[in-house]
Design a binder for this molecule. Structure first.
Ligand SMILES: Nc1ncnc2c1ncn2[C@@H]1O[C@H](COP(=O)(O)OP(=O)(O)O)[C@@H](O)[C@H]1O
Ligand SMILES: [Mg+2]
Length: 254
């Protein structure tokens, strides 16, 4: 719809033999926004991200990233994105700074040292920068991983479950780093199983369930999908979890 969408997905389908994972997925992400694809384990979030990152071919449908078709213009898409997965690409033997310099060199950028120092500052890693990454906490590693994915300033970033496996303190550190990205005009598509993560970070949230997007909107819009609350003595704000359960059911017989 909007001509300015950074990501546009329409009718996306994907099966793995007889497992029909994506059954017609549609959504758009505006430039400079954080969009959360929320779904349970196995919902197909990584499958969507891998198709958008040109690592996997869809069976049907179209996907356009930064104006390029993922099937017909895969190389242009690759030059416009970075993908940070659950399993960090950090080299443990190198220091944080050396990891950043290495990536900047691999991308043939000028002044790799200056690029590294800027990113260390942005992600709160100045003091740790000279230390081996193998000594970093989970949150520091994930922040370093996100910083590495930013080298070369890709306009679109995919973060596939950026905080899975992190403790609560580290999650908050990573959230800050993600917010920093969108503050600079980068478009972020993140996947998560955590309702509170989507709630904290995202401008828009889409819920992927049984192969399609069953809800898509701002947090306020999603909360409106809830049935009206009956008389309560204390006003209670619904959590995204309440919204999720109201839409998909809680798995119990009603
Ligand atoms: N290469 C593959 N071959 C077969 N099955 C796969 C493959 N990749 C994913 N799947 C299956 O597709 C479903 C969705 O996987 P995935 O996209 O990784 O879900 P999520 O990231 O939401 O947890 C799961 O049932 C998974 O086992
Ligand atoms: Mg996944």
């Amino acid at each position: 719809m909007s001509g300015d969408a950074a990501i546009r997905v329409a009718g996306l389908e994907k099966s793995f033999s007889d497992l029909h994972v994506l059954r017609g997925v549609d959504f758009e992400v505006d430039r400079g926004r954080i969009f959360a694809l929320l779904g349970s384990n196995g919902a197909g979030k990584t499958t969507v991200v891998r198709i958008l990152a040109t690592l996997l071919k869809a069976d049907a449908g179209t996907a356009v990233v930064h104006g390029f078709d993922v099937a017909a213009q895969a190389q242009d898409v690759r030059e416009s994105i970075s993908l940070t997965g659950q399993f960090a690409a950090v080299d443990e033997i190198l220091s944080g700074r050396e990891n950043l310099v290495l990536v900047a060199r691999l991308r043939h950028l000028k002044n790799p040292g200056a690029i590294a120092d800027d990113l260390l500052a942005r992600f709160g890693l100045v003091e740790a920068g000279g230390r081996r990454a193998g000594t970093y906490s989970g949150g520091m590693r994930r922040r370093l991983d996100i910083a590495m994915s930013l080298i070369g300033d890709p306009p679109v970033i995919f973060l596939d479950e950026p905080t899975t496996g992190l403790d609560p303190q580290a999650r908050i550190e990573v959230w800050k780093a993600v917010k920093e990205l969108a503050g600079r005009g980068t478009t972020v598509l993140l996947t998560t199983q955590y309702l509170d993560e989507a709630e904290h970070l995202a401008d828009r949230i889409a819920i992927l369930h049984e192969g399609t997007i069953i809800a898509n909107g701002t947090l306020a819009e999603l909360k409106e999908l809830l049935p009206p609350v009956e008389v309560e003595y204390v006003e209670k704000q619904p959590s995204l979890e309440d919204v999720f359960l109201a839409i998909v059911g809680d798995g119990t017989d009603k």
